[in-house]
Design a protein. Structure first.
Lengths: 334, 329
């Protein structure tokens, strides 16, 4: 799905990841087949250097798994993850290490992602000690110099995570991720645990760093308005598959997939144009343990047709860089 | 059922305090509000603003060392302050019901959903027998849109998805057909498409049952779509209240303005983000003057005084001395 003439910084092809759920001894003894969740099935996309790809979807759709698999925090079952020309999925763990300082992650929960027993100096300094072999004192010094860039003070160095508010903790998490000056950062719901006024502060900080360090982001969120703020392109995921991907304005102004349309329609607005009916979805997200046959969205789709129940839609190109997987758009649709 | 004129819920001068090791914390500071019959009041504010605590206090659910006091607390003409514990208990659950933000912790994992819904009905004498209560419970589950309700009565909370659990909590709250539903962040834990379903459900039920709703949320978009009136809280105080359209289109308090401007908005994606600087003051160290002073762009030396909530117009109040038209001295 890459259109850039230049080689993309990251290219993911046919990525599949499953998790085995109940591999207990009892199950093995009883010779029961293990229950397998397919978190990602055949995901492909590319991100150019300096670009931000927004990744949107509801809980359980596999968006966090995708972010972590790209960083090799999970190993993929199949498919390739080509980072700056190297296929990471084929490398042994030791060979991936040099890439780790170039790829970082900012987590969702600023309460759970910081070790409560480590001071800010240790948390922010650790990447320097691991990847640049700095000593404790030197790492702390560099951390102190970096803190003002995320809106904290060097005087905060000796404090512990519990002494900070949620927004300040997220700033610590950002400092930890960016102190090595990485090229590529996965932002996994970095603002969803924060109050609105603080969300805006963090979004602004991420925008600022993107410009200063020429960062490439994979920005994961369930909030379309937040993704729309930062992303150049947006990918929409549903039950482990990308159902639509395209330039931000195409996705937000002219969404093609019924699921993308439903997501946009469901987002609460300050000003809803009068007469604009809300597209109501019915039903819950199906269990990823037993995804529906055919198109996975057909159980909730307001415009599902007979073939959607049996036949999975192929990816159709609507415009350069705008792809959708939906029978409505295949060869003009029916 | 006295009723007639007057609001369904009337609160005047509600204050809730906690004695902590660090000193006295006033979580709710002199809050007054009213909810008319059939109306939806949106309550907006960030974490720690006192929005949930206000309504836990109204419900009489604040335990010692928390201390609640109020000048007046009237529900449908009844003076709640004069009621004994049994009288308050009769009101809670039957006439006023509350749904909590996190359905997984609010529902008891050890009992089936049938047990939890029928318990309310039996406790408030709304069902003569267990058999009748089960029939009513099934009816409520169908009303909130749970598929195959009859076969799911004897399931446990963990067997339902997040959206379904939220519906079960709403079903439990609505079992006695309350006249006031307090919905505390009913959709925060839910995905957007499910959030829209739950909010539409509350709106439908409000119309069908003629119920009043207090919708506590941090999301101004949710309020814009569902509330008739809005009350904005900051650091324990009401800073602005008025009709929803007025608050959204012509906010008078700089904090309300700031909340609207910093909200990610699909209509204005390329406008620069405009965050409110700084953070909410610690409840242990509140300034004696305007509580928004440190974060306010319009603050001046004249703001270094305690500020009262004063009317801009008969139905629009604001706690800011610089708001134009406010009768501040």
């Amino acid at each position: 799905m890459a259109d850039t003439a230049m080689r993309p910084l990251l290219e993911v092809r046919d990525l599949t990841k499953t998790f085995v759920l109940n591999a207990s001894v009892l199950n093995t003894l009883m010779r029961q087949p293990p229950v397998v969740v397919r978190a990602l099935s055949g995901v492909s996309f590319a991100i150019a250097r300096g670009e931000t790809l927004g990744l949107i979807g509801e809980s359980g759709c596999g968006k966090s798994t995708l972010g972590r698999t790209v960083l090799q925090l999970h190993r993929a079952d199949s498919g390739t993850i080509t980072y700056d020309g190297t296929d990471l999925s084929a490398l042994p763990d030791e060979a991936i290490r040099p890439f780790r300082k170039r790829m970082q992650i900012i987590f969702q929960d600023p309460y759970a992602s910081l070790n409560p027993r480590r001071s800010v100096a240790e948390i922010v300094g650790l990447p320097l000690r691991l990847h640049q072999g700095l000593g404790r004192a030197e790492a702390a010094e560099r951390a102190a110099a970096f803190l003002p860039r995320v809106g904290l003070q060097s005087g905060h160095l000796a404090r512990y995570p519990h002494q900070f508010s949620g927004g300040q903790r997220q700033r610590i998490g950002i400092a930890r991720a960016l102190i090595l000056h990485p090229e590529f950062v996965v932002c996994d719901e970095p603002v969803s645990a924060l109050d609105v006024s603080i969300q805006a502060q963090i979004i602004e900080l991420l925008q600022q760093f993107r410009a200063e360090l020429n960062l490439t982001y994979l920005f994961i969120s369930h909030d379309l308005a937040v993704v729309g703020r930062l992303a150049d392109r947006i990918a929409v995921m549903y039950l482990g598959e990308i159902v639509e991907i395209g330039p931000r304005n195409a996705i937000l102004k002219a969404p093609a997939h019924p699921y993308t349309r439903a997501l946009l329609s469901a987002a609460p607005r300050l000003h809803r144009r009068s007469g604009e009916a809300r597209l109501r979805l019915t039903g819950d997200l199906p269990s990823p343990l037993a995804p529906p046959p055919g198109c996975r969205f057909h159980t909730r789709c307001p415009v599902a047709m007979a073939r959607c129940r049996t036949e999975a839609p192929a990816v159709t190109r609507l415009a350069p860089g705008h792809d959708v997987a939906c029978h409505l758009h295949e060869g003009g649709g029916s | 059922m006295t009723a007639a004129a007057g609001p369904l819920l009337l609160v005047e001068g509600l204050t809730t305090e906690f004695a902590t090791r660090g000193g006295l914390v006033r979580a709710v500071d002199d809050v007054s509000l009213r909810v008319e019959a059939g109306e939806c009041l949106g309550v907006v504010g960030e974490s720690g603003s006192g929005k949930s605590m206000t309504f836990l206090s109204v419900m009489g659910l604040v335990r010692p060392p928390g201390r609640v006091s109020a000048r007046r607390l009237m529900f449908d003409g009844t003076d709640v302050l004069a009621l004994d514990e049994a009288g308050k208990r009769a009101l809670r659950g039957r006439d006023i019901a509350i749904t909590m933000q996190d359905a997984l912790t609010a529902l008891n994992p050890a009992f089936t959903v049938a047990t939890q819904i029928t318990e309310v009905l039996i406790a408030h004498n709304r069902a003569a027998s267990m058999g009748e209560a089960r029939i009513k419970a099934e009816e409520m589950m169908r009303l909130v849109g749970i598929p195959a309700a009859a076969s799911r009565l004897d399931d446990y909370p963990h067997q339902f998805s997040g959206g379904m659990r939220q519906r079960i909590m709403i079903a439990t709250a609505l079992a006695c057909r309350p006249r006031l539903l307090i919905a505390d962040e009913p959709t925060t834990a839910l995905d957007v498409t499910i959030q829209a379903q739950v909010l539409d459900l509350i709106a439908d039920l409000r119309r069908e049952l003629g119920m009043s709703v207090v919708l506590i949320t941090h999301d101004l978009g949710v309020v814009a779509e569902h509330a008739d009136r809005v009350m904005v809280m900051y650091a324990g105080q009401v800073v602005e209240d008025g009709p929803t359209a007025t608050i959204i289109d012509r906010p008078a308090h700089p904090y309300t303005r700031g909340l609207i401007d910093c909200m990610p908005n699909l209509e204005t994606l390329d406008r620069p983000v405009h965050p409110i600087p700084g953070q909410v003051p610690s409840p242990l160290d509140l300034p004696p003057h305007c509580r928004f002073f440190d974060r306010c762009e319009r603050a001046g030396p004249q703001c270094r005084v305690p500020v009262a909530l004063l009317p801009l117009s008969p139905d629009h109040g604001v706690r800011c001395i610089r708001a134009e038209g406010a009768a501040h001295g």
